[in-house]
Ligand binder design. Structure first.
Ligand code: 17E
Ligand code: FE2
Length: 419
């Protein structure tokens, strides 16, 4: 029997779910795929890495980010009120000066920051309420240029609403025809409640006509009367689009009375739609009109998860008019989720890790090619942590990022010397 030669062999990795420090495996990678996983592989390899018993995980999934506005904080001015609406105004000014080159440079710089920290699947929104569709065209070019190391999905997102200006509906459809993967919307920001309802129906029509996924910024406000989530759920039930549909933010869900929330939860279960919360942004943008007690403004993550619905966490922003911080580290996002959603139970912390990994892959409809298992594409990361609880607690360094079978980045954890 000839001895196999792998392209890359990871020795002594601890897979998610294994509990004992001693339960380690070797992972053999060949032709971009995970070829073998076994306690000890008798094989040679062109390159070998020692995971030293540390956590080997599927890559992080960034299920919600706006790459078109990333790295523009302060341009042309800072968001002093900290509200969603001042953010939309500032971005409205900044987007007058967009060029393809400007968007591409910032998007690629952001993707590099993310990938170096283990993010290999990304869903970005592209603002399509801008007459030249520069953000969208730039992000479609980026999707192509980065495809050898990161998978990018682009949402056609009408930031200013579909019906606020006569041309916006046409721009949205044009964006889909140009190749957006996902159709988005913003019903709570349409001029009237009726327009908001109509916008949701239009989004479903477009998704069916062009065979797109759906990801709607939905009820991103503290207003307990903002109830577009029920419209999204109803459309998902009636069309049967179910898990092809995502409701992002849904912060008003945190403000609904419990009687309504209880009824709604049943409909949501029937709909099987996905949810994305953005803990860093929701905790800072929402609650701004409250005095005290001040709401947290994060959707009912724990309850949705307890009901078996698919919830993921996104970053939403990295240094933009809505949020001036952010580094692309999904462990920051998971950690904030643990805190603001009060998911501090042992299994709840693990669940928050799943919200930045496999649940995101499910939302993006990429779960078939996701996971550390034989036959899957070799996308995986090695963390400086023994398990996902430690990874979140210490915001552990991602030591190695392997993308499509190749070692993409290598980072040395910080070390302190006592003198
Ligand atoms: N646009 C929006 O409507 N909501 C957000 N959270 C961001 C942009 C970041
Ligand atoms: Fe967003």
């Amino acid at each position: 029997m000839s001895i196999i030669t792998y392209d890359l062999l990871i020795r002594r990795g601890k897979l998610l779910g294994l509990t004992s420090r001693d339960e380690v495996v070797d992972i053999g990678i060949k032709d971009g795929q995970i070829a073998d996983i076994a306690p000890k592989l008798e094989a040679s390899a062109k390159q070998e890495l020692d995971a030293q018993g540390q956590l080997v995980s599927p890559p992080f999934v960034e299920s919600h980010i706006h790459l078109d506005s990333a790295l523009t904080a302060g341009e042309p001015r800072w968001n002093e009120s900290g509200t969603l609406f001042e953010g939309i105004q500032i971005w409205g000014e900044r987007k007058q000066n967009l060029t393809i080159d400007d968007v591409k440079k910032r998007a690629i710089a952001t993707l590099k920051q993310q990938a170096a920290q283990g993010v290999l699947l990304v869903r970005t929104h592209a603002d399509v309420s801008e007459p030249q569709l520069i953000a969208l065209q730039a992000l479609l070019e980026v999707r192509e240029e980065v495809k050898d190391w990161i998978t990018l999905q682009v949402v056609a997102f009408p930031q200013d609403g579909i019906y606020s200006k006569p041309e916006n509906e046409t721009l949205l459809e044009k964006a889909i025809k140009l190749g957006a993967d996902v159709v988005g919307g913003i019903p709570h920001y349409e001029l009237t409640r009726e327009d908001g309802v109509r916008s949701v129906h239009r989004i479903f029509e477009l998704a069916q006509q062009y065979d797109c996924l759906i990801d709607i910024h939905c009820d991103e406000i503290d207003d307990d009367q903002s109830r577009f989530l029920e419209v999204v759920a109803a459309c998902a039930i009636r069309t049967g689009l179910g898990s092809r549909v995502t409701a992002s933010h849904t912060t008003a869900f945190a403000a609904y009375n419990n009687a309504y929330a209880y009824k709604l939860m049943g409909f949501l279960q029937q709909s099987q739609i996905n949810f994305i919360a953005n803990p860093l942004i929701n905790i800072t943008l929402q609650g701004r009109t409250d005095t005290y007690p001040k709401r947290r403004g994060v959707t009912r993550v724990k309850e949705l998860w307890q009901q078996g619905l698919n919830v993921s966490f996104g970053h939403d922003c990295i240094q933009d008019p809505w949020y001036s911080l952010g580094t692309g580290n999904m462990l920051d996002v998971a950690s904030m989720g643990v805190h603001v959603c009060q998911m501090t139970g042992r299994h709840e912390i693990d669940a928050c890790y799943e919200m930045v990994t496999q649940n995101g892959a499910k939302t993006l409809h990429l779960e078939d090619n996701y996971g550390v298992a034989v036959g899957k594409p070799a996308n995986l990361i090695v963390l400086d942590a023994s398990d996902c609880y430690e990874a979140i607690r210490r915001r552990a360094t991602v030591r190695y990022v392997i993308s499509q079978g190749k070692l993409l980045t290598c980072t040395t954890p910080q070390a302190t010397e006592w003198l």
